[in-house]
Design a protein around this ligand. Structure first.
Ligand SMILES: C[S@@+](CC[C@H](N)C(=O)[O-])C[C@H]1O[C@@H](n2cnc3c(N)ncnc32)[C@H](O)[C@@H]1O
Length: 191
């Protein structure tokens, strides 16, 4: 449980960054705790490393820690310098990278059990999404999962892109209690 003061501070920081860069921040306020819980559903400490893309103020990060993922097993990749600096301070044992998720393949990361993404896929170009999925599935274990949320009505990764990467998607949940309401998708390798 976070205090009202922390929540207020995170929300105002989010609004400030959204005003500076609306397409990259892609939401006026951080995701709700309800959505965060759905994003981490099914993940567990035995999965090894977990990579989070676009953590923002760390709503999903907090929930990953709450389900027992050790802080030292977290890799947080955030483009916004202000958010990344705050995350470094809050989670000193995690690996925090201030950079673009598309460049993840240059990081030489260890194998991961899951990638949790808060990235704004709906405002990204196909080639960006391609690069992100390519890099993510290079580090993901064979049965690893890429968790993605969207405010849209269907999977935010087009069918052709899924096919190209030999992936399938399934909608895991719908969260009404979020602004705006959101769906959570799981992307996995085809068997
Ligand atoms: C919709 S916000 C989600 C933030 C947080 N996960 C949440 O749900 O409250 C999108 C986040 O992705 C970050 N972001 C956008 N493009 C990115 C990229 N190419 N690489 C890494 N982070 C990116 C933004 O700075 C922002 O923090």
């Amino acid at each position: 449980m976070i205090s009202k003061a922390v929540k207020l501070q995170e929300t105002s920081s989010f609004i400030r960054e959204w005003l500076k860069s609306p397409l990259v921040t892609a939401s006026v306020v951080p995701s709700s705790r309800r959505l965060a819980r759905k994003m981490v559903r099914g993940l567990h400490a035995g999965m090894g490393q977990v990579i989070e893309l676009g953590p923002g103020t760390g709503v999903f990060t907090r929930e990953l820690l709450a389900i027992g993922i050790p802080e030292s097993a977290l890799v947080l990749i955030e483009l916004n310098g202000r958010f990344a600096a705050d995350l470094k301070q809050k989670y000193p044992a995690a690996t925090v990278v201030n950079g673009a998720a598309e460049a993840m393949s240059h990081l030489q990361l260890k194998r991961a059990g899951a990638v949790v993404s808060g990235l704004p896929f709906l405002s990204m170009k196909d080639r960006q999404i391609d690069a992100i999925l390519e890099a993510a599935f290079q580090v993901l274990e064979q049965d690893g999962v890429f968790v993605q949320f969207t405010y849209g009505h269907r999977c935010p990764v087009r069918r052709e892109i899924l096919e190209r990467h030999r992936l399938f998607s399934s909608r895991d949940s719908f969260v009404l209690n979020n602004f705006p309401p959101a769906s959570v998708y799981h992307l996995k390798r085809k068997p």
